[in-house]
Design a protein around this ligand. Structure first.
Ligand code: WTA
Length: 649
């Protein structure tokens, strides 16, 4: 059986890793028994302008959710990621950028990055951006995306990065929710040879009359092509930066000052503006980056995530730069223009640590050995994965084919809301099991509960909750603390509910089994079924919609959308195409339904509730396991749906 395998800690790591097996046991115990002492020590890994005297002050109590860490300390994140390295690492490379086309690359030292950030921070200031203002970043994967983030943190502005794949509608919703004052974008982006019209999308979003707060748009020139130019509003990045002063002092920020907002999907319609704060986030991402990846000075670290996701925030930008690491930032996709592009980049920059997602691994695996052709990948020491459960077969392929059977794999479980890794192996401490996220990180107390909230001890499976706070936990949902409490702390009293289920095996190791709420995971990206449904029903011909996630070999899950049409409308290929394009325009390409199933009626209870359980079984080709359908108002719809499903395939 594939998932019965175990991979022991490589003998060199047994003694040389930052955290060895015995240290893990000792430190984990200490972190739980005396969190104040443990985190007080770890907080010394970053620089403080004013030291804190208080460590942890948190409450998970119903109605009183309040999370504060190091609350009376003061610091600046940009100073920690840049200025503090200048004396010893100023000439070291901070960012190696590899363009979509293999002929394009750039490098930036810490000194150069520092200067760019200072200049851009001055640009922001000259445009009236102040501490506490919200700035939207809608950029391709270019170093300037990191420059923009660090410039915001330098002056205390709150950034809200929006993934470049999102549509004008999605951008507009996020701008309205956060009252953003300024947008930073690029003329266009390029991924896999395809052009992404970023500026055009921003223009379309800002054309909406509901948006009243955005005053300026700063545009980075990537391709040299764009449509309209609004001279009273739009500013070229290069012109402004060249004219700006090369030094900008950093703001003194309180530990709990808001750092960034990142929108993510939940089980209800509107995306949630997850808010992270300053000190706890930095302490935690700094420590997890160093210990989980066992990052050694001079290692080259490549995280393939886009800056538009939390992984791009915590482990492409903040965690690595706080450690003075050298990062690879790649603009494109793993198999373009040739199937072995990812492996070529590993060889080209002698990458030591590669962090990517199961969906990318499965897509590579499906292409076979061409993806490693003419490459050796001998520089690799460690591999990582994130985003969804990794099937043991893909884990083993990643280990053997990409990692030449030499590199441990850290399967890191975490979320936008957790800020950093919560459950993950430590490469010097834990033997690995393909598909298992293994052990809690320091200070993290996971537990499994049944649907009534009873604890499941020992071997078993249940809802994954976390019993107490950790420093990089989200503090609230922007402008909506009640929703924060409701979404994470109301299901199981006095604990943080992740929305995931997990099982604990006989050794006490943890395996994440996936979401138990109405959140889909498409290629490692979160998407609420309610979000897709509300985009569907906004279409003038659609009356009702129900969206289900179905298993997909590469993407993990695919979107199966049931729709009913308004009277007089007919379902045909043209309508299906129209509906797919509609959803793409409303949310973005990742939300495009893979299957659309138009039908006359959805299965409902007598009180009118759609029975998703039945729809799920039909869409997953498990109609033989429907169970009891006698509570349906009209059980005959089920037969009809099943026969339509068979025609659809
Ligand atoms: C899933 C991404 C299994 C999980 C960092 C979680 C995982 C959601 C893993 C968060 C993993 C993430 N194993 N599942 N190693 N990592 N997930 O907010 O369902 O984009 O709740 O954060 O991804 O997605 P998010």
């Amino acid at each position: 059986m594939l998932d019965g395998r175990r991979y022991e800690v490589p003998s060199d790591l047994k003694t040389s890793a930052y955290i060895t097996s015995s240290e893990y046991e000792k430190k984990y115990k200490e972190s739980i028994e005396n969190p104040d002492k443990f985190w007080n020590e770890q907080a010394r890994n970053i620089e403080w302008i004013k030291p804190f005297t208080k460590v942890k002050n948190t409450s998970f109590e119903q109605g009183k959710i309040d999370i504060k860490w190091f609350e009376d300390g003061q610091l600046n994140i940009s100073q920690n990621c840049l200025d503090r390295h200048l004396a010893t690492k100023g000439d070291d490379i901070a960012i190696i950028w590899e363009g979509d086309s293999p002929s394009l690359s750039r490098q930036m030292t810490y000194k150069e990055l520092h200067e760019q950030v200072c200049r851009f921070a001055n640009v922001l200031k000259s445009q009236g951006i102040k501490k506490g203002d919200v700035v939207v970043i809608y950029m391709p994967m270019v170093p300037e995306a990191a420059v923009a983030m660090l410039a915001c943190t330098r002056i205390g502005a709150i950034h809200s990065v929006i993934f470049g794949g999102f549509s004008p509608e999605a951008i507009a919703g996020r701008i309205i929710d956060s009252n953003a004052k300024l947008v930073i974008t690029s003329d266009e982006g390029i991924r896999g040879g395809k052009i992404i019209p970023l500026k055009k999308n921003v223009d379309a979003a800002l054309a909406k009359p509901e948006i009243t707060t955005v005053e300026k748009v700063i545009v980075f020139e990537r391709t040299g092509h764009h449509d309209a130019w609004h001279s009273e509003r739009d500013i070229w990045w290069h012109e402004a930066v060249n004219a700006a002063d090369p030094y900008c002092d950093y703001e003194v920020m309180d530990a709990e000052s808001p750092l960034f907002i990142l929108y993510t999907s939940g089980s209800t319609g509107k995306p949630k503006g997850v808010l992270h704060s300053t000190a706890g986030y930095l302490v935690y991402t700094t420590l997890t980056f160093k210990t989980v990846f066992n990052y050694q000075p001079k290692d080259i670290f490549w995280c393939t995530a886009d800056v538009g996701w939390i992984t791009g925030h915590s482990y492409l930008v903040y965690g690595p730069l706080s450690n003075g690491a050298t990062i690879v930032m790649y603009e494109g996709i793993p198999s373009y223009p040739t199937p072995n592009r990812l492996s070529q980049i590993v060889d080209k920059y002698q990458v030591n640590i590669l962090y990517t997602a199961p969906t990318a691994i499965r897509a590579l695996m499906a292409q076979g050995d061409v993806v490693v052709e003419n490459t050796h990948r001998n520089s690799l020491k460690l591999l990582g994965t994130v985003g969804e459960p990794i099937n043991p077969q893909a884990w083993i392929w990643y280990h053997e084919t990409i990692g030449n059977s030499r590199c441990p794999i850290v399967d890191t479980w975490w979320q936008t809301e957790t800020g950093g890794f919560l459950i993950t192996p430590l490469p010097g401490a834990h033997a690995l099991k393909p598909g298992a996220a293994m052990k809690p990180f320091f200070g993290v107390q996971p537990a499994l509960v049944d649907n009534e909230g009873n604890f499941i001890e020992g071997e078993g499976e249940g809802n994954l909750v976390i019993m107490d706070s950790w420093p990089s936990q989200a503090r609230t949902l922007y402008g909506d603390h009640a929703r924060f409490e409701e979404a994470y702390f109301a299901t199981f009293k006095n604990t943080y509910f992740s929305g995931d289920a997990a099982k604990r095996d006989a050794d006490g190791d943890i395996w994440i089994t996936g979401r138990v709420d109405d959140v889909l995971n498409i290629s490692g990206h979160r998407l609420g079924t309610a979000e897709v449904e509300s985009a569907l029903v906004a279409h003038p011909k659609i009356a009702e919609a129900a969206v289900i996630g179905v298993p997909h070999d590469i993407k993990g899950q695919a979107i199966y959308a049931y729709i009913t049409l308004n009277a007089g409308e007919e379902a045909d290929d043209a309508l299906y195409l129209e509906v797919k394009n509609w959803v793409r325009n409303e949310i973005g390409a990742i939300a495009t339904p893979d299957y659309i199933h138009a039908t006359k009626g959805l299965p409902k209870t007598r009180s009118g509730k759609i029975m998703r359980r039945i729809l799920r079984k039909i869409a997953c080709d498990e109609a033989d396991q429907l169970g009891d359908i006698s509570t349906l108002a009209d059980p005959s719809v089920v037969e009809k749906l099943i026969s339509e499903y068979k025609c659809l395939l």
